[in-house]
Design a protein around this ligand. Sequence first.
Ligand code: MG
Length: 339
Amino acid sequence: MKLDYRRYDLRLKHTFTISRSSRDTVPVIIVNFEKDGIVAYGEASPNVRYGESIETVEKFLDSIELERLGNPSSLEKVNEYFDSIAPGNPSAKCAVDIAMHDWICKKLRVPLYRFFGIIKHKAPISSFTIGMDTPDRIVQKVKEATNYPILKIKVGFPGDEEIIKAARSVTGKPLRVDANEGWKSRGEALDKIRWLATQNVELVEQPMPAEQIEDARWLRAKAKLPIIADEAMAYHDVSELSTAYDGINVKLQKSGGLFKARKLIHEAHELKMKVMLGCMIETSVGIAAAAHLSALVDWNDLDGNVLVSNDPFDGIKNEDGNLILSDDTGLGVKAASQS
Ligand code: MG
């Protein structure tokens, strides 16, 4: 039994700007778990917003006692063990949780979605994300994304209207927006959402700061568009969020992996909330893992691997927003030949 990991720097096709940061490369950690001659993959894409870094992921992975993983056929026990090592560390836990799922499914010779009891994989089309930019470059990016039927545009700064107008000057397709906590007052958020509702925008993700659940509750009562919690997921449980948001954005990297993400999806649906399955900038390992759950949700936003130019894996295709999973066992992901 062996658990190895390595750092890998993902290069973005475009500088990716959201309301709080701008990046050209994203470091991730690729995990290899090997037992009985079966090699399984996992991935961590740590998020500084939640106090994680490459170093915190490495520290967590170093602290795993392999013999404690024991027989990885009980994913609940494995996750309990990860939580006993340290609180938090969701992307590090996600990496090993994904690898455990991949290993078990390879051992059982089933694709991951079948392991989850999903018989026919038919998932909602994924959106394609466009980061903040100047109006001219937004026009160019929207044109480049012509094959994608749904776009998600990052907003949350004073020039929002110009960005959306620029996108609307070249496309009539549905838009979703993500403010990443960028609107700071109730009035600002409501004005923005009222205007966005006139622009064929489908939903608004995390309009205001994550901690401000009272403001989200106020906004939801007045806003005409669905309001989705993303960053707020780190501060409130799903039942609290159901009083203030119409839906949640579930990300494997933020929820701690497949086991916990699947529980969140079911919990939200029981509370009559909508669910978006989202991602970070990730390789095809992390995106494929999420895509195996994508038939369970209302909206998919699983484009992290198509935003990068040096994905070291393949096995999940994004054809015009359609997520095409391999029928190979486990995640169905292999090292790309060019890497
Ligand atoms: Mg978001």
